[in-house]
Design a binder for this molecule. Structure first.
Ligand code: SF4
Length: 694
């Protein structure tokens, strides 16, 4: 403060890292951001923060920010700086040329979970109304798309059921496939507080995450399952609930579809789903599993929290439905302290999904084939909309390789680094005739781009983010957009140049349109957000103040629907060549592929990704702590440093993916969730061997 001077003003805004959605006061002196102060009235954080939101904002003024639009004819040419007019005009001409030559569906767009609701809404509107197809997808494809599918199928809506406050009423907390103290630190602290007060903890995770044993917190049960066996473990938990008479029959009778319940109960009760029968496959001690099931079913208010360790599997959607089944069968849904709670990774992944970023759904999760929904949008947007669902990201890349998909507009997403099977992504991008990357930095995907449009950070724009508890919060402009335009203005300009006029003078007007066409957002406006501080959707006539806890009187779909969750082992199998299973995760100081956090002081806390390996596996391979090792899978190989630890079980290795040189996705395969194509990042058969060096 002494060096930078005292602040002259402050602006309240929302963190742009994880799905907790902490509120900060950005303290400013002129155009300089002096510090970010956690905001005591922030509904999601109550004055708390983690090292990312508090300190990792320096990337906004990092010297590697690209501040001018750039063009090139071929991806081997050098970049040429151009004016905004030239860049936007080029994009519009190229997309129209491609559509003229290859057809209406030969182009598409990708929205970003890092951008605001208003910005993602505009990109999907550009694709649907401007491009005339439904080829829009979002980075949620690679993280929480199974949450959308699984929760919509069972409960009727694609979102977590509780607010964060709810954890304070939990007696039992079941954490599966999540690492809240690293991935969602402010909520993780709240969870730890509740555990210190006496709530009991069950952790289902291949790795001994910090929560299993930290000062004053000790999990009652840690089930260290073999990666890829979530469904078998959850179905075995359900087997215990059903066969030991622990079902909340009154809840099921009153709230659930009884035919689906009976079919499910018969299925889970079958002997092949008993804990003892699946122990070999899962690696989980049957006695511990039985004890955990009894605790979850009978320990009072029981809440489930989960993360990407649930969704990023070939059975990701099945796992989400297995969690929902368990909550319904035990009556742990529809009040404080219980529920099914996906811990969303990115700041606005919930919002990006809500805003119609999927190729089959308009905002509010209404199918594009629904005539009434389309008619409403057509009238408002003054155009005809396609009733055929569009392409998902992996399908866009497949179509590019086969020659029918030629133009892609990517808003704030580095698909080359974050999507699986890097070689296939590169081949798809290389086969396109116009790739437009709108981002802060020249990311890996930009190596295949023909146009680069400089995006803006959250500090440079107005809008809203929606956090993991469906809480819509304001993002307020702290500084002038350094490249001259905020992201929403770029999309607007492209639409104009393509001949489809959208008219907004401020993001608040985009929100007004969202509220008009989205039943769960009817009561949302910037004025109301100013009055209330934040709003949790659904917010409409039935719930004018918003909805902290969902499904209290009945499920959104009417009656809760049980789904059969048969365990199908992944095709990614270990064998003599690849005998170990790799799984991945995040670390507290870093964020995803590190594009932002690596460009801040936080990088000193995590200089490289390392490979955790069990002492037994290390010894077998002659690997010592700190050695460089080669990590090889069927898809590819990379080199990184080994850390020997018993946090992982024998047969399992683990790494983070924050540094581009690690290239963890070089080794991941292109297996994906059967329902949503979410990649199977969490299970890769690998071999580890000493390396001769990088
Ligand atoms: Fe809060 Fe998440 Fe930002 Fe940390 S990264 S300050 S927990 S929103």
């Amino acid at each position: 403060v002494i060096e930078k001077g005292l602040p002259e003003r402050s602006v309240v805004t929302t963190c742009a890292y994880c799905g907790v959605g902490c509120t900060f006061k950005a303290e400013m002196r002129g155009e300089d951001l002096i510090r970010m102060v956690p905001y005591k009235d922030g509904k999601a954080n109550r004055g708390h923060s983690c090292v990312k939101g508090r300190f990792a904002w320096g990337y906004a003024t990092h010297r590697e920010r690209i501040l001018n639009p750039m063009l090139r004819e071929r991806i081997t040419d050098p970049w040429r700086e151009v004016s905004w007019d030239e860049a936007i005009g080029h994009v519009a001409r190229e997309f129209r040329r491609i559509q003229g030559k290859y057809g209406r569906v030969s182009v598409g767009g990708i929205t970003s979970s890092r951008c605001t609701n208003e910005e993602t809404f505009l990109v999907q509107k550009l694709v649907r109304a401007g491009f005339g197809n439904n080829n829009v997808d979002t980075c949620a494809r690679v993280c929480h798309s199974p949450t959308g599918y699984g929760l919509k199928t069972t409960f009727g809506t694609s979102a977590g059921t509780q607010d964060f406050d709810s954890v304070e009423d939990s007696d039992v907390i079941l954490v599966i496939g999540a690492n809240p103290t690293d991935g969602h630190p402010v909520f993780g602290s709240r969870m730890k507080k509740r555990l210190r007060q006496g709530a009991q903890l069950i952790v289902i995770d291949p790795r001994r995450i910090d929560l299993v044993r930290t000062p004053h917190v000790q999990a009652a049960h840690h089930l260290p399952l073999r990666p890829g066996t979530n469904v078998a473990v959850l179905t075995a938990l359900a087997h215990v609930v059903v066969t030991e008479g622990l079902v909340d029959e009154a809840f099921v009778r009153a709230r659930c579809d009884l035919d689906s319940f009976q079919a499910w109960a018969d299925f889970v009760a079958a002997p092949q789903n008993a804990p003892e029968a699946v122990a070999d496959a899962t690696g989980v001690d049957p006695l511990a599993l039985r004890a955990a099931a009894r605790l979850y079913a009978t320990g009072g208010n029981a809440a489930i929290y989960y993360g990407l360790g649930v969704t990023e599997h070939s059975q990701g959607s099945t796992t989400v439905m297995a969690i929902a089944n368990l909550a319904m069968a035990t009556g742990n849904i529809g009040r404080k302290g219980v529920g099914v709670n996906p811990l969303r990774g990115q700041n606005n992944v919930q919002g990006a999904c809500d805003m119609g970023s999927f190729p089959h759904e308009m905002s509010g999760y209404r199918h594009v084939a629904d005539d009434a929904t389309r008619a409403m949008f057509e009238e408002l947007w003054g155009t005809t909309l396609d009733r055929e669902p569009g392409l998902r990201i992996p399908n866009m890349l497949d179509a590019a390789v086969s020659g029918s998909f030629k133009g892609l507009y990517i808003q704030g997403e580095d698909i080359l680094q974050s999507d699986p099977n890097t070689a296939h992504v590169a081949a798809g991008l290389a086969a396109m005739e116009c790739v437009v990357v709108q981002d802060l930095f020249l990311n890996e995907t930009a190596n295949y781009a023909h146009v680069f449009l400089p995006g803006s950070t959250f500090l440079e724009k107005d809008g809203t983010f929606t956090n993991a508890e469906r809480r819509i919060q304001r993002v307020r402009r702290v500084m002038t957009p350094r490249a001259g335009k905020a992201d929403w203005e770029i999309t607007l300009d492209i639409a104009h140049a393509m001949g489809y006029a959208m008219t907004y003078s401020h993001p608040s007007e985009i929100m007004d349109e969202i509220a008009r066409v989205t039943p769960t957002f009817t009561g949302v406006s910037y004025d109301r957000l100013e009055q209330l501080g934040s709003i949790q959707w659904p917010c409409n006539e039935a719930a004018p103040e918003g909805t902290p806890v969902m499904h209290m009187q009945g499920f959104v779909r009417g009656q809760g629907r049980f789904m059969i969750t048969e365990y199908v082992p992944t095709d990614e199998r270990t064998g003599p060549r690849f005998p170990l299973l790799l799984t991945t995760g995040r670390i507290l100081s870093q964020y995803n592929v590190g594009a932002q956090t690596r460009r801040t002081e936080n990088s000193r806390w995590h200089e490289e990704d390392v490979l955790e390996i069990h002492p037994h596996d290390a010894e077998q391979r002659g690997v010592r702590d700190g050695d460089l090792v080669k990590l090889q899978s069927r898809a590819g190989a990379t080199t990184l440093k080994a850390t020997i630890t018993d946090r992982v079980a024998p047969g399992v290795v683990y790494t983070t993916f924050h540094h581009p040189m690690t290239q963890a996705n070089v080794v991941t395969t292109d297996y994906s969730d059967w329902a949503t194509n979410c990649p199977e990042y969490k299970v890769t058969a690998v071999q580890v061997s000493p390396s001769n060096g990088p």
